[in-house]
Design a protein around this ligand. Structure first.
Ligand SMILES: [Mn+2]
Length: 343
């Protein structure tokens, strides 16, 4: 099979040379790492370690507890929130830098300066719009693909002669599955090809689904129910929003990651074209937006929430004391924004 369009042969050759020369590459992923960021970075690090490289994964912050299983125990992983000096030093020591599942170093926030300042060759592997190509010597990126995990999969297929270890394939299957919301969005013909090949290679998809979707605590299911019955606001213009305040998070003893997927739920309503979830954090709300085809969640995130992302799945922030006077002002602000966005 021909390599995918965004994988140029000469770029693969350059990548091979850079990898051959590197001794301690580092793979960077974005803040609040999701399944795709974790799966894609883990697989790439596993590949590099398989070549005998001292590869490590570095993130600005730790993953949610329910996603930690995606990072294999034998891959060194550093998180700036728990180990700031070591995380920065590891980047400074790197002789090859990968950024995966993010379109710019700004997405790694506190690690941005260390990565940008490094003279090591830099490689981007991503699927977001508007990649910051100037910051990378090599870029493998296209928005016409399911996930960064799929990007990494097709690149690894070019790089490898032998079938790789199954934990690498597991990581990529998890990343692709979570980023497509289990084949509900951003699915391309190549995505099904990847899935077929991985299942043929022995990936146990049922076992992975069990770990991803059927391993939550009871609290999480009750929280989802409460939010849908008590906190869901559907506006006449076909938009919906929910605000997950600190008070609610405490009441359900919510852990990081347990509101994953909640923002998608209102899209089940026929007339809802755009769904927004605000989750209160220190000094700001984390904003997630999801839309149906024809409505741009990305535009909403960019225009009103200092963010961006994909056309139908985007995110941003709403700063308390800056965008709004107090946390209590959030509902009125969101309603006003949603009415202005879809008059
Ligand atoms: Mn992704």
């Amino acid at each position: 099979m021909q390599p995918m369009d965004f994988i140029r042969k000469e770029n693969i050759q350059t990548l091979e040379q850079w990898i051959a020369r590197a001794a301690s590459p580092v793979v960077l992923g974005h803040t609040h790492p999701d399944g795709d960021a974790l799966g894609a970075t883990a697989a790439l690090a596993l590949y590099l370690r398989g070549l005998g490289k001292d590869a490590a994964v570095v993130f600005p912050d730790s993953p949610a507890d329910n996603l930690r299983f995606i990072l294999p125990a034998h891959v060194p992983c550093l998180f700036q929130d728990t180990d700031p000096d070591a995380a920065v030093q590891r980047i400074q020591q790197a002789d090859l830098i990968f950024l995966v599942d993010a379109n710019a170093f700004s997405r790694i926030e506190g690690l941005q300066d260390a990565a940008s300042a490094s003279s090591a060759p830099k490689v981007l592997m991503d699927h977001h719009l508007n990649p910051d190509l100037d910051s990378f010597g090599l870029a493998f990126t296209t928005p016409n693909i399911s996930s960064a995990s799929e990007v990494v999969y097709w690149i690894l297929k070019e790089l490898m002669e032998e079938a790789p270890s199954s934990s690498m394939w597991d990581s990529l299957m998890i990343g692709m599955t979570t980023d497509t919301n289990n084949f509900a969005n951003s699915v391309f013909p190549s995505t099904f090809r990847m899935a077929s090949e991985l299942i043929e290679a022995g990936v146990d998809r049922d076992a992975l689904l069990q770990q991803i979707y059927w391993s939550y605590r009871e609290n999480r299911v009750r929280l989802m129910g409460y939010m849908q019955s008590e906190e869901l606001h559907v506006l006449p213009n076909g938009t919906a929003y929910m605000i997950l305040t600190k008070d609610i998070q405490e009441r359900f003893d919510m852990l990081d990651g347990e509101s994953e997927g909640l923002v998608n739920v209102p899209l089940a309503i026929k007339k809802v074209k755009l769904s927004v979830l605000l989750k209160e954090d220190d000094g700001h709300f984390r904003v997630s937006a999801r839309s149906k085809k024809g409505t741009s969640a990305q535009q909403l995130a960019r225009q009103y929430f200092h963010g961006g992302g994909h056309e139908n799945a985007a995110g941003g922030k709403l700063f308390i004391g800056q965008d709004i006077a107090s946390a209590q002002a959030a509902p009125a602000y969101v309603e006003q924004v949603l009415k202005a966005f879809l008059p």
